[in-house]
Design a protein. Structure first.
Length: 444
């Protein structure tokens, strides 16, 4: 069956089939013009050959395999451990509604107007206040408001990457960032971690000496996908290496505020004395990803260049979202909401950890994270990852397979489980189903 599933995924990525929830999968015509109702087309005219017109660059990111895999195998009552969407809870909805009403009264005119590409100045100041809590001291002019931090990754790709440039990433790393870097023709090289999940700085140093990368992209806090934290000593040494080998660190930090135990470790950006770090963060994981609000902190000259690229991409981030976030920060409501959210996510994490202990799988290993939204599991040796995916879908649970998170050699032994989205009372059942699927696969 996994062979059939792979075939479906390939056919879908080629645009030859389409899946519809509840209806199944249909074969699409090879040349849509051949079968378009004759009555709607004038003689001698046909639909453009779209695939031939797409640019080379549009294909170079690779295919969105995970999404296809999930859509092919979804059951209606599935429990989802796959996506990392926030579940902000009912209290936030009330707060947001109140703040939106106040905004409509106070700023009814300016809410629908353009803002500067860099963002509303008072919001940039508010974000500096927010970053102070993380230990980062920056001026408003060193902040660029983004339509989500994914936009920051895209802008950095446009501004810094020429085809053939080398980017170092952690192994594993966030696949959408790697996709963006690849789309610009970057060569990605993975830096492995030791058994505690800490970056192997000895390997990094020898690779720095050999390859001189343009950027090192890292997620030091509650990493996506591993959920682990790079310890302070490693951060400091990584920064020293960046200084010594004259390379830039891109620090992607969406999960920093989601710590449930242990001590805050300052972002690398907070330790930087020589402007070698570009820092990305977002409100997607705290409020909602539909808000499309993130930010980037970097030296002014970098902000200027990125703002030119942003202007071409979307002129500026939504004015409404910007004003709303400023109110949430300045009123203290964001902090209040975060305390509530941390408690709920912490409970969900504990439920998942308890269930993983309860339905233990021999040979499966994982580390309990101190925050964030993921548990990264190494599966027993020899388990067929595609088969597991299919069996889990049959059992009614989904998760993300590990291979797309690896820059170089895909490793099928890993699974990423998200614990922030599923309802508390479904987590135990979801893990039970997942473990049954593991046993089904091992017994097959
Ligand atoms: N970076 C990382 C590590 C993420 O996990 C995500 C969201 N999955 C993003 C960036 C993009 O987030 P945003 O919604 O702010 O674009």
């Amino acid at each position: 069956r996994s062979t059939v599933l792979n075939a479906y995924v390939e056919l879908k990525s080629e645009g030859l089939i389409e899946s519809f929830v509840g209806k199944g999968t249909v074969v699409l015509p090879l040349n849509p013009a051949d079968t378009t109702a004759a009555s709607t087309q004038l003689p001698g005219y046909s639909t453009p050959p779209w695939r031939q017109l797409f640019s080379e660059r549009s294909f170079s990111a690779g295919d969105p395999l995970i999404r296809d895999l999930l859509s092919l195998s979804k059951r209606n009552d599935s429990i989802s451990f796959s996506v990392a969407l926030p579940d902000p809870g009912p209290k936030l909805t009330v707060k947001l509604r109140e703040q939106l009403q106040l905004l409509m009264q106070e700023k009814s005119d300016s809410l629908w107007k353009h803002t500067a590409t860099e963002g509303i100045h008072s919001l940039r100041e508010a974000i500096c206040m927010w970053m102070e809590k993380r230990g980062i001291h920056a001026a408003a002019e060193e902040v660029l408001i983004l339509s989500g931090s994914q936009q920051g990754i895209d802008l950095l790709t446009r501004v810094f990457i020429d085809p053939g440039d080398i980017i170092f990433v952690e192994e594993p790393s966030y696949f959408s960032a790697m996709q963006s870097f690849r789309s610009a023709g970057a060569r990605l090289m993975g830096i492995p971690a030791d058994t505690d999940g800490q970056m192997r700085l000895d390997i990094l140093e020898s690779m720095l000496a050999k390859y001189h990368p343009k950027l090192i992209y890292v997620l030091p806090t509650f990493q996506n996908p591993s959920g682990l934290v790079m310890n302070q000593d490693v951060r400091e040494r990584l920064l020293e290496l960046a200084y010594r080998y004259k390379t830039i660190i891109v620090e992607d930090d969406p999960y920093c505020d989601l710590r449930y135990s242990g001590h805050h470790v300052p972002p690398i950006h907070a330790m930087d004395r020589h402007d070698h770090v570009i820092y990305l963060s977002t409100f997607s994981k705290l409020i909602g990803s539909g808000l499309r609000m993130g930010w980037l902190s970097a030296p002014k000259s970098v902000i200027r260049q990125l703002a030119i690229a942003k202007q071409m991409a979307d002129l500026h981030t939504s004015t409404l979202s910007q004003f709303l976030m400023e109110r949430m920060i300045r009123s203290g409501l964001l902090e209040e909401h975060l305390n509530d959210m941390r408690n709920r996510y912490h409970r969900r994490k504990q439920l998942m950890v308890a269930a993983l202990h309860k339905y233990e799988v021999p040979g499966m290993t994982w580390q309990e994270p101190e925050g964030g939204v993921f548990i990264w599991c190494r599966m027993p040796a020899g388990l067929n990852a595609n088969e597991l995916m299919l069996r889990a879908a049959d059992r009614g649970v989904d998760y993300l397979p590990g291979n797309p998170f690896f820059a170089q050699v895909p490793q099928t032994a890993y699974v990423r489980l998200n614990f922030s989205c599923a309802e508390e009372d479904s987590i135990d059942e979801g893990i039970r189903r997942f473990v049954l699927a593991v046993h089904d696969t091992m017994d097959a």
